[in-house]
Design a protein around this ligand. Structure first.
Ligand code: ADP
Length: 220
């Protein structure tokens, strides 16, 4: 589904990604762990082509969607407008279709009641659902999530686990998640890689690894 081969990325003469090699199976969930500044976001941004790589290749079979860390919802637009803004710019005649699609997605994520609300009236968990709904509007085959639980409390984090798992199963979407939250990553991921100074130093199946959190912590 996604092949990252010997990818390197340099910012200001510093190697931020170093010979990253990664093969992500279709429909799987990959967790990307690592200390702050280890290159997690940069890896996702390179896959989404928001950054150019300096070396290597990235092969992605399908469309990638990105869910930003701070949601990046437009504050002056309702939930529905947030969802249909970009798609209806591309296809003006299809606005009604976009609207229908947005309503269906909001319903499937359990936030149909918030359709006409503005982002500042939503909880962190609800904003997260809207951000996810907006990413799903582009019909991604791969969803790239940057720190999806940052700022959320424990119970909302557990909601995000079940939400992303259901998206993974229901829409058959491959998901990559960069997070500093090891407990969250172990619960949700089929595989976890750990980046350190831009290089992959661990690649495990958390269900087969004894005490995966303790194991991962050793590499921080
Ligand atoms: P993480 O997501 O693991 O916290 P990042 O990928 O955000 O790490 O950052 C990795 C390194 O790259 C950091 O040292 C960061 O300062 C640097 N970096 C990220 N984006 C840029 C940029 N646009 N310009 C210069 N340096 C950057």
């Amino acid at each position: 589904m996604l092949k990252v081969c010997n990818v390197s990325k340099v910012f200001n003469n510093t190697k931020v990604l170093e010979n990253v090699h990664l093969d992500v199976a279709k429909s799987s969930i990959l967790g990307i762990a690592g200390p702050s500044g280890s290159g997690k976001s940069t890896l996702l941004r390179c896959i989404q082509k928001l950054e150019q790589i300096d070396h290597g290749t990235i092969e992605c079979n399908g469309r990638a969607g990105f869910m930003f860390q701070d949601f990046q919802l437009f504050p002056h637009m309702t939930v529905l407008q947030n969802l249909i803004y970009a798609p209806s710019l591309k296809d003006k005649s299809g606005k009604e279709n976009c609207k229908k699609q947005a309503e269906n997605i909001l319903k499937s994520l359990g936030i149909a009641a918030k359709t006409s609300e503005y982002p500042n009236t939503l909880s962190g968990g609800q904003k997260q659902r809207v951000a996810l709904a907006r990413s799903l509007m582009t019909h991604p085959d791969i969803l790239l999530c940057d720190e999806p639980t940052s700022g959320l409390d424990v119970s909302t984090t557990m909601d995000v686990v079940s939400l992303l798992k259901s998206i993974n199963e229901r829409f058959d979407i491959t998901i990559l998640i960069a997070s500093h939250d090891l407990d969250f990553l172990v619960k949700i991921s089929d595989r976890i890689i750990l980046l350190k100074e831009g290089a992959i130093v661990v690649n495990i199946d958390p269900q087969k690894q004894d005490a995966p959190i303790d194991f991962l912590k050793k590499y921080y």
